[in-house]
Design a protein around this ligand. Sequence first.
Ligand SMILES: Cc1cc2nc3c(=O)[nH]c(=O)nc-3n(C[C@H](O)[C@H](O)[C@H](O)COP(=O)(O)OP(=O)(O)OC[C@H]3O[C@@H](n4cnc5c(N)ncnc54)[C@H](O)[C@@H]3O)c2cc1C
Length: 459
Amino acid sequence: MSATAENTFDIVILGGGSGGYACALRAAELGLSVALVEKGKLGGTCLHMGCIPTKALLHAAEVADTAREGQQFGVKTTFESVDMSGVNAYKDGVVARLYKGLQGLVKSKSIEYVEGEGRLVAKNVIEVAGRQLVGKNIVLATGSYAKSLPGLDIAGRIMTSDQVLFLNYVPSRVVVLGGGVIGVEFASVFKSFGSEVTIIEALPRLVAAEDEAVSKQLERSFRKRKINFKTNVKFSGVTQSGDTVSVSLESGETIEADLLLVAVGRGPVSAGLGYEEAGVTVDRGFVLADERCQTNVDGIYAVGDIVPGLQLAHRGFAQGIFVAEQIAGLNPPVIDEMGIPRVTYCDPEIASIGYTEKQAKEKFGEIEAYEYSLGGNGKSQILQTQGFVKLVRQKDGPVVGVHMIGARMGEQVGEAQLIYNWEALPADVAQLIHAHPTQNEALGEAHLALAGKPLHAHG
Ligand SMILES: Cc1cc2nc3c(=O)[nH]c(=O)nc-3n(C[C@H](O)[C@H](O)[C@H](O)COP(=O)(O)OP(=O)(O)OC[C@H]3O[C@@H](n4cnc5c(N)ncnc54)[C@H](O)[C@@H]3O)c2cc1C
């Protein structure tokens, strides 16, 4: 195939979400020529349908709870109602500002931004609306979509996060199918907005990927918040009539609601895009890539949600940057998947890094775990939140897991990820000073205790 100079690039990237645009920005910084192909909106799921809009909803939810709970702090407040048009205007405004900023950023670099649906038509060619973009390297970054269950059609009052993000009313009763990250975040929002919420989860516990102690604490907190949940129970079907959905469980139980939110995970966007025809190994739609994000086809890389692993925006950013640097010959260090911080922004928040206690036992054999209750942390008591910081260390070795739950604990994940990624010993962290009174102190206190010199720790 003859390629003209204006259609030939060092890197052609398919998909302008977190993984794709991060790769494009870093590649441009490194002086590589780059084309970025996007069929929807630059920024992808995270900016338009994921991280940003959901966290805006969660913030509005927190404001509603603050209005409700003023009395607890001696402040006379009353909660009147949630005006969804106002909430959506706020949320959409946040997204719009960030979108504009990102568009400006991409425009300011020498990136060829190509709008349209692309397809891999040869191992080094992406075709978009008849235009063939030839890449010395190709990066697949087409992301993920909200899955459903076989036979469960998304229509009417049966929605995924994609539709729920644009609701213009607060449903009075919601069933959330799936107690993973997206399910518990929306359950938390709806409860704060005033809905009666029931979560259905087939696994034995909510947020099953987290340390078991975290799931237990979340379940305790959700019970306190009167968020209903059923674990170990399977969904068997749903019918819609008028304004109601009727959700049936294999246990024989039926739950009536105004809305069923299907939050059963996200599948890879790869079908029909020519990946397999080009020889790329795909497993149930996921593109397989090695630790250097390289697929089995020389010169084709894959980043973000289409690669099996944590489906998180910052993983996509990191992989995108990694691939640009790899192509530029910088030989970047490989990304440790366990070193990627994870935050679930429900109330209470969950933040973790590294191995759970169970995983650490399997991997390292002898370990030590310690749980520091937020009951001993001044700032957490001021906020009236409960929870803990749990540390897992290799026996006589570094901290290999940090698991936190409590209001605002997501903000603590920054130090936790340094501790894990720098392979700190409890004694290394114990000698660092944590400001008082902050929730951050709880991390410091947990390390003091594990280093054998507890301060405000009972038991
Ligand atoms: C409700 C929800 C909440 C979330 N909250 C968080 C959170 O708080 N924190 C966090 O880290 N992560 C969160 N995530 C996950 C995060 O959004 C994803 O991990 C991230 O967006 C993945 O980035 P990506 O680049 O792999 O894919 P995407 O962001 O999905 O981007 C892929 C892009 O490729 C484009 N594309 C696909 N096919 C083609 C084609 N053929 N031609 C051209 N373009 C194409 C798509 O239009 C899309 O823009 C959330 C996700 C959801 C759904």
